[in-house]
Write a protein that binds this ligand. Structure first.
Ligand code: ATP
Ligand code: MG
Length: 388
């Protein structure tokens, strides 16, 4: 039949999308899907309540895999597109071959279609059943669901499988953030989770050449590229951090070096975020994981921030939960490569577990020209762009 075509039908969480912001969500989602498919011939169009990807030629699998990385989609299916008529739907259903158990689910967005959903489900179910000897109906736990989606456009979409997607909000609808990205397991996952809530995620990496290697830097770049594929592209700011690390190491009480190092990472991250009109900061910190991640340690870092919030999506995670997400997003194999990031180089023998803000300030004032060192670090930042 020449009026048949395969498309990908994209569904998004309709229920919580009532109201005036709906079009912003939809427009961002379409833009992000188009961006993902920009080097293909696929056409991405909105119809009421759905997004349809057509002209998929022989590329369906590749297109589905790419769109699976776009946040804001509740499910999608490869579907047959038919011109809506009772006859065309019945004809197609009589050609379906299935084994095992099944049910038909009809969604009738087109209220002019002459039969209500429940009646059509029975009718089509009977047609399919009559044509397949080894098939039975199971409405509770079927092996196959035949979805018949009759839209207002005059077309009906028939699909068999709902493909799992990531949910969340379209990237860009929540503003922009700056992720403190190390080469570890946690921070890439933190970036992934905030992109899931609609943030466009950029990243800052503090590099302490020659104490940390080029391989450690390359690892961060590779992780940045992975986050970019979920976050709609990414800017990576590589901050030369050696002079500040050395100054802290030489001039402050060594029990406070980690606290003060982290305070200065936060300070620089916030300055870079403000210079670039980003709206928030993100870190992979997790309560009680290491000595610097106690409530007091986090308080000491957080107290240097002047205006932006610091998001910590992993604060309550067990490591095993983080690892699961790291694998899911495809970062794990890179994160576990052995190259050290700068935190591990200057680690003192006895870091203070419960640092105090006042004491951190006293120690920090011992550093000559800290403001100048910070300004220089920001001036010499290396900026790399990663495409989606
Ligand atoms: P990760 O696995 O993300 O490295 P971690 O459990 O090893 O985290 P730390 O290394 O103490 O913990 O770092 C805590 C957080 O501080 C990291 O998640 C990251 O957000 C940030 N961070 C640490 N080192 C750097 C760095 N060199 N550059 C940028 N951010 C960093
Ligand atoms: Mg680390």
């Amino acid at each position: 039949m020449n009026n048949q075509e395969y498309v990908v039908i994209v569904r998004y969480g309709e229920l919580y999308l009532k109201g005036k912001n709906r079009y912003l969500f939809e427009n961002a989602l379409i833009k992000n899907i188009r961006n993902k498919l920009k080097d293909t011939n696929a056409l991405v169009e909105k119809i009421t309540g759905r997004i349809i990807i057509s002209n998929i030629e022989n590329n369906a699998q590749d297109i589905i895999e790419r769109v699976q990385k776009v946040f804001g989609i509740s499910s999608m299916s490869k579907a047959l597109k038919l011109k809506t008529s009772m006859q065309s739907i019945k004809d197609y259903c009589s050609s379906i071959e299935l084994n095992g158990s099944f049910k038909v689910e009809v969604k009738r967005a087109d209220k002019s279609f002459p039969m209500i959903s429940s009646e059509l489900e029975k009718l089509l179910g009977k047609i399919i059943l009559d044509n397949n000897d080894n098939l039975k109906v199971d409405v509770h736990n079927p092996e196959h669901i035949v979805n018949v989606d009759i839209r207002e456009t005059g077309y009906t979409y028939i699909s068999f499988e709902k493909i799992k997607t990531l949910g969340g909000m379209p990237v860009g609808t929540s503003g922009k953030g700056l992720l403190m990205l190390s080469g570890g397991i946690d921070s890439p996952v933190a970036g992934f989770l905030m992109a899931k809530r609609g943030l466009q995620v950029n990243a800052v990496y503090f590099h302490s050449h020659p104490y940390t290697s080029e391989q450690a830097k390359q690892k961060v770049k590779d992780l940045a590229q992975i986050i970019a594929t979920y976050g709609g592209g990414l800017k990576l700011f590589i901050v030369p951090f050696t002079k500040i690390q050395e100054a802290i190491h030489l001039q402050c009480d060594n029990r406070y070096t980690i606290t003060i190092m982290r305070r200065n990472m936060y300070r620089i991250a916030e300055k870079i975020a403000l210079l670039n009109d980003y709206n928030c900061l993100i870190t992979g910190e997790n309560l009680a994981q290491v000595a610097s991640q106690t409530v007091q340690g986090i308080t000491c870092s957080n107290s240097v921030l002047t205006s932006l919030p610091m998001f910590r999506p992993l604060i309550s995670f067990d490591k095993i939960e983080t690892i699961e997400l790291s694998k899911k997003m495809g970062a794990y194999d890179i994160s576990i490569l052995p190259y050290q990031d700068c935190c591990t180089v200057f680690v003192p023998k006895n870091p203070i577990i419960k640092p105090q803000v006042e004491q951190a300030q006293i120690e920090e004032r011992k550093i000559l020209d800290l403001d100048q060192l910070i300004d220089d670090a920001i001036k010499n930042v290396e900026i790399l762009n990663f495409e989606d």
